[in-house]
Design a protein around this ligand. Structure first.
Ligand code: GAP
Length: 471
């Protein structure tokens, strides 16, 4: 069963990202640059965690996939061979009155959606960004910013095969920036002109491609679900023959229920032998595979799971976002008044999977006075070696909990005056808001266990459950 109602409005996500330093408009002090974004201190951590999780699953935990980091600028012949120079186009129309441009295939009528004016005939518009290599700006110096990372993999097929001695089926994975001069942009980081992709080209024997296609579709779905996206927020959409890319024999999109509705999160394509055949023809180099035992020569087929990093960031942000009742606000008997947040009875929480959360823990000293600060600083210094940890000593503890909830920090560690006597600290769980008290000597191990998924109320030696006092 799939859901129909998006979890959250885009404005709330954009505003939280701006306010808390996840994502800023590019070159904002100059008025920004359309569809380019800068990832701030929290955004860069979230994005890196997503990329690391992908690399871990796709490359490091597998014996049949190796990594690659090819250059963004490539010999322009690559794009002739790949078909991008001719085929990587969108149909473009201009409004004769207001001069705005639109993708013809996105329009509902033959009038301008902005002013109702008359539109020009549709023409093909190539999405590749061009620049010049070297000091002379003529046609011979034109190079392109890559619009997909995949081609860097195909042109290195023999290099990787020869140096790793991998046998089919095997894959080459690459993660990196790509550029597309999109006609219509928008929906925050959903459609950008500069973005990152996580791509795998998995080479298989022709005839086994359909089986591997199904296998990778399942693997990709499982990756999102394992990192916290509900299965009912994901949908599979098969491309019909007319909309297939020039290289594809079959494509299925994994769609996510974004705030603006269902849309593509990632694609899985069966590229057949299109790319290796084309590069072999254009370069004159054989890109065939040889099976020693049977003396067979053939061009492998390719299954390509291709995901957008920025769209994943958006999906994980939307999925994690929640507004929940704030129990501390209405708590009459809280021993510590600082746990109350005042009138606001809602807390905003990002329920990130711990491996994606920018900070894994935050250390909160109850006061800025010595010797509490010394102890809190030592706890902080100890934790930072193991994981990204924040330190926050401003305002009430209740407010600090809320701040950490809003950026998705799974655990807050409070150092209070009792800690000076019993050498114990309180850990508070972001999701349940339960609290346990543990000896400082057990803190690192306990935190590591909880981050790895241990139930929060499982106690280390000497630990106790703290009676809930809100927040
Ligand atoms: N190599 C195949 C390929 O590039 P694609 O469907 O054009 O396929 C793959 O792109 C993924 O890249 C998409 O599923 C999406 O997640 C992401 N993507 C594509 N265009 C994007 C854009 N303008 N902004 C952000 N992400 C984009």
């Amino acid at each position: 069963m799939t859901s129909e109602k998006p979890k959250v409005d885009m404005e709330k996500i954009v505003s939280l990202c701006r306010r808390r330093g996840f994502i800023f408009p590019s070159s904002e002090i100059y008025g920004g640059l359309n569809s380019c974004w800068d990832y701030g201190p929290l955004g860069v951590e979230l994005k890196k965690n997503i990329k690391d999780a992908w690399w871990q699953t796709i490359v490091r935990e597998r014996d049949d996939v190796v990594g690659l980091d090819s250059s963004i600028l490539m010999n322009p012949r690559v794009w002739e061979a790949s078909g991008h120079l001719v085929n990587f186009t969108d149909p473009l129309v201009d409004c004769k009155s207001c001069k705005q441009r639109f993708r013809a295939d996105h329009l509902q009528s033959d009038k301008c959606p902005s002013c109702g004016g008359e539109l020009t005939e549709s023409r093909r518009f190539n999405l590749m960004f061009k620049t010049f290599m070297g000091p002379v700006e003529d046609d011979a110096a034109i190079v392109y910013l890559r619009p997909e990372t995949a081609q860097g993999i195909f042109v290195n097929f023999q290099n990787v095969l020869g140096t790793t001695r991998k046998r089919l089926p095997f894959g080459i994975a690459q993660l990196g920036k790509v550029f597309r001069n999109e006609i219509t942009t928008g929906n925050f980081i959903f459609r950008d002109r500069e973005f990152e992709q996580m791509e795998l080209e998995y080479f298989v024997k022709p005839g086994t491609d359909e089986k591997w296609f199904d296998y990778w579709l399942e693997q990709c779905l499982a990756w999102y679900v394992n990192l916290g996206i509900k299965r009912e927020h994901l949908l599979l959409r098969e491309h019909d023959k007319k909309e297939l890319s020039h290289y594809s024999r079959r494509t299925v999109d994994i769609q996510y229920l974004f705030p603006m509705g269902w849309d593509e999160l990632q694609g899985i394509a069966n590229r057949g032998d299109f790319d290796l055949t084309q590069h072999s023809r254009f370069s004159g180099k054989s890109l065939e595979y040889f099976v020693e035992e049977t003396k067979e020569h053939f061009t492998p087929y390719v299954i390509e799971p291709s995901a957008g990093v920025d769209r994943s960031v958006l999906a994980f942000l939307c999925e994690a976002y929640a507004e929940e009742p704030d129990p501390s606000a209405s708590l009459g008997d809280a021993r510590d008044k600082s746990l109350r947040t005042g009138k606001d009875e809602t807390r905003v929480v990002l329920h990130f999977h711990p491996s994606l959360a920018p900070f894994k823990a935050a250390v909160l000293p109850l006061s800025r006075k010595e010797p509490l600060v010394k102890m809190a600083s030592e706890v902080y210094a100890g934790l930072r070696k193991g994981q990204m940890t924040a330190y926050d000593d401003a305002q009430s503890v209740g407010r600090r909990y809320r701040r950490q909830d809003e950026i998705g920090t799974p655990f807050c560690i409070t150092v209070d005056f009792q800690s000076l006597e019993d050498n114990q600290v309180t850990i508070r769980d972001r999701d349940s808001m339960n609290q346990i008290r543990v000896p400082v000597a057990e803190l690192q191990k306990t935190l590591a266990a909880k981050l790895a998924g241990e139930a929060f109320l499982v106690l280390p030696p000497g630990g106790t459950v703290v009676e809930k006092k809100g927040g």
